[in-house]
Ligand binder design. Sequence first.
Ligand SMILES: [Mn+2]
Length: 339
Amino acid sequence: MELFPHKDISALDSLFKAARKVAILSHVHPDGDALGSSTAIALYLGSIGKESACILPNTVSDTLSYIPSPSVRYFYADKQLKRAEEWIRESDLIVLADANAFSRTDVLEQAAKESQVHKVLLDHHLNPDRENFALVFSTPEISSASEVVFWVLRELGCRMEGEIGKALMTGMTTDTNNFANSVFPSTFAMASELIANGVDRDAILQQIYNSYRENRVRLIGYMQHKEMHILPEGASYMVLTKKLLREFGAEEGETEGLVNIPLAIKEVRLSVLLKEDDGLFRVSVRSKKGTSAQNLALQYFHGGGHENAAGGKLFIGSDITTAEDAPAYVERILKEFLG
Ligand SMILES: [Mn+2]
């Protein structure tokens, strides 16, 4: 499948071949797609003899710990900001994967923007920041950044198997919620080729969906039973407080998927999850076709994303006065949005 212009592929080939040291960046709170797509790029660069590092704003959650490759160098900015910035400054090529702009890399944004080297974007979000990149491979018509990377690396002659296959299969699977959303003919073609090349999809599914800690399953159950509020307008919201996160001992990445659950209810077309953090709530929004999660995130939560999967923030002290005001605020804006 030729999804990107041949001239862009050969331009990328030249950039990769000319590079000496490459920095591969991705978004804050890296998920399966961020980690999978950047890992695959690093593995490919290693296979053609290039030095590279995946530079991520945060340490990855335990649930994704099977992806990082022993043959790839990783820097996590929350633990090694200085070294991460140093690597970016010393690199003669910067790649951004699974984010539409450097602003999504949080503390790494400045170092990435200050660098005057060539920059390449591989992504699937709307509104890519084309201005800051020499080359852009991005379309929302592809399931995931991992799928974008799959088609691009394949054109470069990379064999789509082994660790690269595992990383990309993981990113595509988590971003599509196991083939439930944003799936295109090319997505099945990718999966088919990876399986034919020996990628163990069963093992990956075991890791993603059947390796939860007991606490995580109990927290998900508790939220559905006690904290899932349904509005007659066809919306659901849940507020996950720091107190609950502490009580259940929830770790980074362990609330992944929770926001999708209320959409199982026939009448619910919009689901909002508020997760308390320092001074703010992190907001996840999901919707069914015909209702825009993206517009809600844009209008009320300083955020954005995809049409049916978006996110943002709700600031305590400006958007709302105290954390306790969150439920009333969300109820009001959901009524306004759907009314
Ligand atoms: Mn993604």
